[in-house]
Design a protein around this ligand. Structure first.
Ligand code: PHE
Ligand code: NA
Length: 452
């Protein structure tokens, strides 16, 4: 049993930033944000979203990193350590449990979506595209989902890759891989945007995303922006707190968090500028959800020069984004088990992989055999998504803000975050007032008590 706090730290100057940005940049950026923006009022929505990132996402990210670094361990251990140092009940570590479990449960359905991405990389390589009609692509996506053996095979592959990386350790596995995956992702995205500029649809794409359309900016849209700010920054899912526990003491938590939040936002906007021009150049509708990426986009690529190569580039980019997020979702659990069992990381990862595989198997079946296994109209996949993004994450975020704003010793928090003057006052005001109010609104909305 090695019950002591972790001494592991990121090796490189950019280790934390790359890993945390890798966690943040995922499916949330590549299909959800661009679509929401077009749907909810373009530039007007972007403004509200930026305010949510700034007033709620950023302060919470700082709180997570502060607690993680102070407690030096998995969310459970870190929160417990800071509680002890503050003479507060160790029951607060329940918040750590919630985040850790939340990250695990998100991963259970995220691997299915990441599996789609990998399977489309394979289709791009093996000449599975070039189908030429919407119906054919609908059929292709349907067939991908209908066969539990192949869909399960792809999500199994995602699990294996994720745990192989995490199993090699924080430095040798996670850091080494994000070091090439994140630059790779940005380069591929750059190529996609360049392609979009020459596609003939660039103006329409920009207009769809950024036209200032306050009419569409309903209260519901604002709450959606708030909810998305959570998911997109990987908050309250154990990821950022655990990565923060490896952050060297001399790094500025405020500046690092701003950088990660800014990169996440810029990449989300760039993703829109890569996707929509291609869609509009082919006179297609910017449909929502999986349809946009797995049906409309491949068809659009078909009809364009170098479409086959560009499709490959796009799905490789999507897979990289998904993998750098998936490794971050499981690191908390692995770090926790490592400390409390003393077993080797690689061995633990094998076991974690098995449990993950079993639960994700049921999420995967939601698209074929288990499509009818519903509770209140939701499949296993839907439930995992709903429970985590509507409940566990906001609740974990609220409690995290309260811990860093009210519950734990000010001197401890202040020393660790290393802020003074206006910076400290603003941060504390956000944690004490803005975040609780914002999240309470999200809850009231989830309960259906706000009638938008
Ligand atoms: N931030 C990721 C995205 O936008 C999702 C994520 C959530 C990653 C929680 C880690 C933890 O896709
Ligand atoms: Na994101």
């Amino acid at each position: 049993m090695s019950e002591s706090a972790t001494t592991t730290q990121w090796v490189g100057r950019w280790g934390f930033v790359l890993a945390a940005t890798g966690s943040a940049v995922g499916l949330g950026n590549i299909w959800k944000f661009p679509y929401m923006t077009g749907e909810y009022g373009g530039a007007a929505f972007v403004l509200v979203y930026l305010v949510c990132i700034l007033l709620i996402g950023l302060p919470l990210m700082m709180a997570e990193i502060t607690l993680g670094r102070r407690g030096r361990g998995s969310p459970v251990d870190a929160v417990k350590a800071v509680a002890r140092e503050s003479n507060r009940s160790s029951l607060w570590s329940i918040v750590g449990w919630m985040s850790m479990i939340s990250g695990f449960l998100i991963l259970c359905f995220y691997v299915v979506v990441a599996g789609w991405a990998l399977s489309y990389v394979w289709k791009a390589i093996s000449g599975g595209f070039g189908l030429g009609s919407v119906e054919a692509y609908e059929a292709l996506f349907g067939a991908t989902n209908a066969n539990p053996w192949s869909l399960g095979g792809w999500s199994t592959l995602v699990i294996v890759i994720t745990l192989a990386i995490v199993g090699k350790g924080v430095q040798e596995g996670i850091e080494k891989n994000v070091n090439w995956m994140m630059p790779g992702l940005v380069i591929l995205l750059g190529i996609m945007i360049g392609y979009g500029v020459f596609s003939g649809g660039f103006g329409d794409g920009v207009r769809f995303m950024f036209a200032f359309d306050p009419e569409k900016l309903t209260a519901g849209a604002m709450l959606a922006a708030l909810g998305h700010a959570f998911f997109t920054l990987s908050l309250a899912a154990g990821a950022i707190m655990t990565y923060g526990s490896y952050l060297p003491a001399k790094r500025s938590i405020a500046r690092t968090s701003m950088l990660v939040a800014a990169c996440d936002t810029v990449i989300a906007m760039m993703a829109g500028l890569a996707i929509f021009p291609v869609i509009f150049a082919n006179n297609m509708d910017p449909s929502s959800g999986p349809g946009l990426i797995f049906m409309s986009l491949p068809l659009a690529f078909d009809q364009m020069p170098f479409g086959g190569v560009i499709a490959l580039i796009f799905f490789v980019m999507l897979s990289l984004a998904a993998l750098t997020s998936s490794i971050s979702m499981i690191e908390a659990t692995v770090a926790f088990l490592e400390r409390h069992t003393g077993a080797r990381r690689s061995v633990l990862c094998a076991w974690v992989g098995v449990v993950l595989w079993i639960i994700s198997f049921f999420a995967m079946l939601s698209f074929n055999l288990g499509a009818g296994w519903t509770l209140a109209g939701k499949t296993v996949f839907d439930w995992l998504d709903f429970l985590t993004s509507r409940w566990l994450m906001p609740l974990g975020g609220l409690l995290t803000a309260l811990m860093a704003g009210y519950v734990f010793k000010r001197s401890v928090i202040k020393e660790e975050v290393n802020l003074s003057g206006l910076g400290w006052v603003l941060w504390q005001f956000a944690l004490r007032a803005i975040v609780p109010v914002g999240i309470t609104l999200v809850f009231l909305d989830a309960l259906g008590w706000l009638d938008f």
